[in-house]
Structures are given as structure tokens and as C-alpha cells.
Design a protein around this ligand. Structure first.
Ligand SMILES: NC(=O)c1ccc[n+]([C@@H]2O[C@H](COP(=O)([O-])OP(=O)(O)OC[C@H]3O[C@@H](n4cnc5c(N)ncnc54)[C@H](OP(=O)(O)O)[C@@H]3O)[C@@H](O)[C@H]2O)c1
Length: 315
């Protein structure tokens, strides 16, 4: 069973692409920051030791650097990324929240902050590698990542998002620099609705690569929502299983990921205390095979999944 890690995308900036069922009432930056600090402590107290961050997540990475200095626990493991810059300045009305740039210059610039995560930093990822930015063919970038890998003994990874994430992942698997496979870690979307990367799960395990599951709750779309009447049967089954195992739908959905694909970690994207506690109940249940299989039948095509994902707003 994979461990649950904490993703920090929603704790370092007030707006994020997901469905919030509770009002985002921490828009005062000071309170919002205190809330983020509390979540980090709560995650730690509840046993989480894997944290995922990025300079593109508002103040999340900088806050994590401060928090790690206070925690000083060698068991903590951190993964970060490069490639996105947060530009919304914590303004809820901002029209643009982040800018993507997969250049050598951006890699060198963001590394200067991220290296402060040592000695907890184990994993350095390209944030949302795609074919369109050409990053997997950018020799200067790939060589710099190979340098970091050998100099700091880092695991180098990519994160994938979008209908072609399986194809991007496959291409990354074949990248070799100086005779060595460059990428060790693949952080990809996997959940009950989008199970496309299951196809490569075993191969990653055999090749000793790490898979990290993100968006396990499909950004909140797995909770019953009248905007998505076509998922009604899934909502009914999740509600039934939640009652059966006496946990929330979130714990059922996370546990599905923990059991159904050989991942190193499954990320919780919770940004409020109560959600994190509920998410972690996934560790306390044991679903029977028949129930896991019943959830497998709800997968949709990648195109349909990502078309729906594109409709989500920053909120
Ligand atoms: N391109 C990339 O590299 C990339 C992209 C996406 C995500 N990620 C990583 O993956 C992590 C997790 O992904 P994610 O946050 O997008 O997705 P997620 O885990 O699929 O969804 C999180 C959403 O579910 C809600 N939620 C969680 N527990 C809940 C509960 N018990 N009741 C009601 N709502 C609940 C959260 O609400 P609250 O916010 O109110 O708790 C949030 O809106 C991120 O933090 C980030 O580290 C990386």
C-alpha cells in the first residue's frame, strides 16, 4: 500500500483550480499563512513524511523551507518542481495566476530557492512536462538536470497533466543523458475517473521508478455534485462504500489509489484541517477486492476526463 503524502498546491495561494465545497474564508494573508503552517504541523503529527511543493505554489515552498528548519526531522522527504512562476500576488481577482516557462534560465533561477530544501529534498521535477514546451528535447535543460542528479544524488522527475500524460511519461522514460536514464520519478494524475496511467504502473515498478499519484480526488469532482449528473452512478457507489466502511468518500477514493496502482505515495491536496483528517482515514480501512473492482468500472476516457477538468475555475 502506498503512503499518503501532502501536496501543498492549495495551501500557499488562496486561489486554486479545484472544487471547494466550503467557502475560502482565509483571504487575509496572515491568517491564510497561519492556516498553512497549521496544516503542515497537523500532517506531520498525523504521520505524513512526504511533502510535495513547487515555487509556483505561492508561498508554499518558502514556508516549507522555514517549517523544515523548525522540524529538523531527517525522516521528512520533500519533492519540489521547477517551471511555473506564481504571478497573482494573492489577489483573488487576478486574471493570471501562473506563468509556465521550461527554459534553462528558469531552471537555474528556481533552483536557487529550491536548494534551500536540503537536506530534506530528495526529488526534483519538471512541473507539468508537455510536448508543447519541448522540454524533453531541450538538451541544455536535460544536461543541467543530469548534473543536479549526480552532484546532489537527487531523484529527477516529471509531473504530467492532460490527456496525453501517458505519452509524455513514456517519452520521458526513454530520455538518456550520458548513458544514464534521467528520470526516476513520475508524478501523474490517477483516480477512479482517469486510470489511464495504470497501463504503465507495473513497468515503472519493474524499472525501479517511483510513481507519485496526484489529483486522487479529481480536484474535488468525486464528491457528489449536481454539475456532473453523468457521474451519478459513481456518486451512489462512493456513498454506499463510504457508509459501509464508515469513512468519507475522500478516504474511499484515496484508498482506491493506494491499493490499485503500485505508487510510492498518493498525494492529499487538502487545505483545511478537517479534510486532511478525513483523507487520512484511508489508512485505516481495508477494502475488499470486490469493492475495489466495482470502482474500477467507473473510469472514463482521458479526453473526456481532461475536457471536464479544463472547465474548472480558479477559486
Ligand atoms: N502539475 C502538477 O504538477 C500538479 C497538478 C495538480 C496537483 N499536483 C499536486 O498534487 C496535490 C494534490 O492534488 P489536488 O490538490 O489538485 O487534488 P485532489 O487531491 O484531487 O483534490 C483536492 C480537492 O479535494 C477537496 N477535498 C479533500 N478532502 C475533502 C473532504 N473531506 N471533503 C470535501 N472536499 C475535500 C479539497 O478541498 P479543500 O482545499 O477545501 O481541502 C480540494 O478542493 C497538489 O497539492 C500538488 O502537490 C501537482
Amino acid at each position: 500500500m502506498s503512503v499518503i503524502g501532502l501536496g501543498t498546491a492549495a495551501i500557499g495561494r488562496p486561489q486554486y483550480i479545484n472544487i471547494r465545497q466550503t467557502a475560502n474564508d482565509r483571504l487575509n494573508l496572515k491568517e491564510f499563512r497561519e492556516g498553512a503552517w497549521r496544516i503542515l504541523n497537523q500532517a506531520y503529527d498525523l504521520g505524513i513524511r512526504y511533502f510535495d511543493t513547487a515555487p509556483g505554489y505561492g508561498f508554499a515552498e518558502a514556508l516549507l523551507i522555514e517549517w523544515l528548519e523548525e522540524k529538523k526531522d531527517q525522516e521528512i522527504e520533500v519533492a519540489t518542481k521547477w517551471g511555473y512562476t506564481y504571478v497573482a500576488n494573492f489577489d483573488p481577482q487576478a486574471r493570471q495566476h501562473e506563468v509556465k516557462e521550461h527554459s534553462l534560465g528558469k531552471l537555474l533561477e528556481q533552483w536557487r530557492q529550491s536548494e534551500q530544501l536540503f537536506p530534506y529534498l530528495t526529488t526534483y521535477q519538471i512541473h507539468s512536462a508537455t510536448f508543447s514546451t519541448g522540454v524533453l528535447e531541450n538538451q541544455a535543460v536535460l544536461e543541467q538536470l543530469a548534473n543536479l542528479k549526480s552532484e546532489y544524488n537527487l531523484l529527477i522527475g516529471i509531473t504530467t497533466t492532460g490527456a496525453d500524460q501517458l505519452a509524455v511519461l513514456r517519452k520521458a522514460l526513454e530520455v538518456i543523458v550520458d548513458g544514464i536514464e534521467l528520470f526516476d520519478v513520475f508524478q501523474s494524475t490517477y483516480n477512479i475517473l482517469d486510470q489511464s496511467i495504470a497501463e504503465v504502473g507495473e513497468e515503472l515498478a519493474v524499472r525501479n521508478k517511483r510513481l507519485i499519484v496526484k489529483e486522487a480526488l479529481a480536484n474535488g469532482r468525486l464528491f457528489p455534485n449536481e454539475r456532473y449528473p453523468h457521474h451519478r452512478k459513481l456518486y451512489d457507489q462512493l456513498t454506499h462504500l463510504a457508509r459501509k466502511y464508515n469513512v468519507g468518500i475522500d478516504a474511499i477514493a484515496l484508498r482506491f489509489c493506494q491499493d490499485n496502482i503500485p505508487a510510492y505515495a498518493v498525494l492529499s491536496g487538502a487545505s483545511i484541517d478537517q479534510h486532511l483528517t478525513q483523507n487520512l482515514k484511508a489508512n485505516q480501512i481495508q477494502m475488499v477486492e470486490e469493492d475495489l473492482k466495482s470502482l474500477e468500472t467507473f473510469s472514463v476516457s482521458s479526453d473526456a476526463y481532461w475536457a471536464e477538468r479544463k472547465q474548472l475555475d480558479w477559486n
